[in-house]
Design a protein around this ligand. Structure first.
Ligand SMILES: [Zn+2]
Ligand SMILES: [Zn+2]
Length: 327
C-alpha cells in the first residue's frame, strides 16, 4: 500500500467513526469537524436537502454511500457497518424497512418532527466519548453493561426525544458546534443524570446474555440470534393489548409478576423504555429455563401456541416445539 495519495479528495476535516458508532452520529460529527451545520454539510457533499428528514440509519441512498467512499478513506463495507442494515440476520431477517423493522426502534418521523423516543443513549458513555452507538437503536438495549447504568430515551429535564441533529438548527449563518450530548430542546446535559444497575440483577444478566447472543449470532435456545429475538419481542408485544378478547398473555404477566401498569392496556404497538425494562427481563427469565419456568407458566395460565402466534403466521420452530413437547 502506498501512503502517497495522488489527487486525494478526502475530506479536509475527516475524522474516523468511533467503535460501533451509528452512521448519523458520524455524519453529524463530520459536519462539526468541518465547522458546517449538518444541513449544509449534507447539502454540499451529498447534494441532498432532505437528508435529515428521514431515518437515515434505516434508509440511505446508495449514491450517498458511494459518495462517502469517495470523500473518506472508508470502504463501502466500513460504511454499511455503521448502518442498521448491519443487524440483518442478527436482529432481524426481513428487509430493513423504513417504517417498521423487528427489533429496531421507530423514530416516528413526521416531516422534521419525531413522535417516538427511538434513539437511546448511555449518559456515562457520552462522558467518555462524544458519539452515539448503533446498539442505541435496538429494542433489546435496556442498560449499558460497561457503565452499569440504564439507557435513557429522552431528556431527563424536558422529556424531549434525543435528536442530536437538531442541535445546529436555527440561526442559518452561524455554526455553533453545540456538543452532541446536549438536549436539542433545552440544552440540558444528557450526561448529568444516570441510574446505576447492580451487576447481579436480572436486567444486567439479561443484557449481558443478549449482547453475547448478538455478537455470536446464536442463542442458547436456537441456532440464530434473530429467531430468539423474534420470540422475545413477540411475547413483549402480546404482553400489552387493549383488546378485550386476546388478554391471556397480558393477564398472565400481570398476575404472575404482580404488575400494575397502564402500558399493559396500551393500543399502540410501540413500547416505552420503562415498559421494556420491566417486561423484557421477565420474558428472558422465563425463556431461560423452558421446562421449569416457561412451560409451567404457560400451563398455569392456559396459554396456547395460538395465543402467541395469532397475528404471526410463522413463529420459529424452537418455540412451537415447546408446546408440542410440554403440553
Ligand atoms: Zn455506557
Ligand atoms: Zn431537554
Amino acid at each position: 500500500m502506498s501512503f502517497l495519495i495522488i489527487n486525494s479528495k478526502v475530506l479536509p476535516g475527516y475524522i474516523p467513526p468511533e467503535k460501533d458508532e451509528l452512521l448519523s452520529s458520524w455524519i453529524f460529527r463530520l459536519s462539526q469537524s468541518h465547522k458546517i451545520k449538518p444541513f449544509s454539510f449534507t447539502k454540499f457533499y451529498f447534494k441532498e436537502t432532505t437528508f435529515w428528514n428521514r431515518d437515515v440509519d434505516k434508509f440511505i441512498y446508495i449514491s450517498i454511500i458511494d459518495q462517502l467512499t469517495k470523500i473518506t478513506p472508508l470502504t463501502k463495507n466500513d460504511i454499511l457497518n455503521l448502518h442498521l442494515i448491519s443487524y440483518k440476520d442478527i436482529i432481524f431477517n426481513t428487509p430493513l424497512a423504513s417504517s417498521y423493522t423487528p427489533g429496531i426502534t421507530n423514530l416516528g418521523i413526521y416531516h422534521r418532527k419525531r413522535k417516538n423516543n427511538g434513539l437511546l443513549a448511555c449518559p456515562k458513555c457520552l462522558i467518555k466519548k462524544h458519539y452515539f452507538k448503533k446498539s442505541w437503536r435496538l429494542l433489546t438495549s435496556l442498560i449499558c453493561t460497561e457503565c452499569k447504568c440504564y439507557l435513557i430515551d429522552q431528556c431527563p429535564n424536558c422529556n424531549s426525544p434525543i435528536i442530536f441533529q437538531r442541535l445546529d438548527i436555527g440561526d442559518k449563518s452561524n455554526h455553533k458546534n453545540i456538543p452532541i450530548y446536549l438536549c436539542w430542546h433545552c440544552n440540558f446535559d444528557l450526561r448529568k443524570e444516570f441510574e446505576v444497575i447492580a451487576d447481579d440483577s436480572l436486567i444486567y444478566n439479561y443484557q449481558n446474555d443478549i449482547n453475547e447472543c448478538i455478537v455470536n449470532g446464536y442463542s442458547m435456545q436456537t441456532q440464530y440470534s434473530f429467531l430468539y429475538i423474534q420470540v422475545l419481542l413477540n411475547i413483549l408485544g402480546k404482553s400489552k393489548t387493549s383488546s378485550s378478547t386476546w388478554t391471556r398473555v397480558r393477564n398472565a404477566f400481570m398476575t404472575e409478576f404482580n404488575l400494575i401498569d397502564e402500558d399493559f392496556f396500551c393500543k399502540s404497538a410501540d413500547t416505552t423504555i420503562q415498559y421494556r425494562r420491566k417486561i423484557i427481563p421477565l420474558i428472558y427469565f422465563l425463556l431461560n429455563n423452558i421446562p421449569e419456568r416457561f412451560a409451567p407458566f404457560c400451563k398455569k395460565y392456559s396459554l396456547r401456541y395460538s395465543d402467541f402466534a395469532k397475528d404471526h403466521v410463522h413463529l420459529p420452530f424452537w418455540f412451537y416445539r415447546i408446546f408440542r413437547e410440554y403440553y
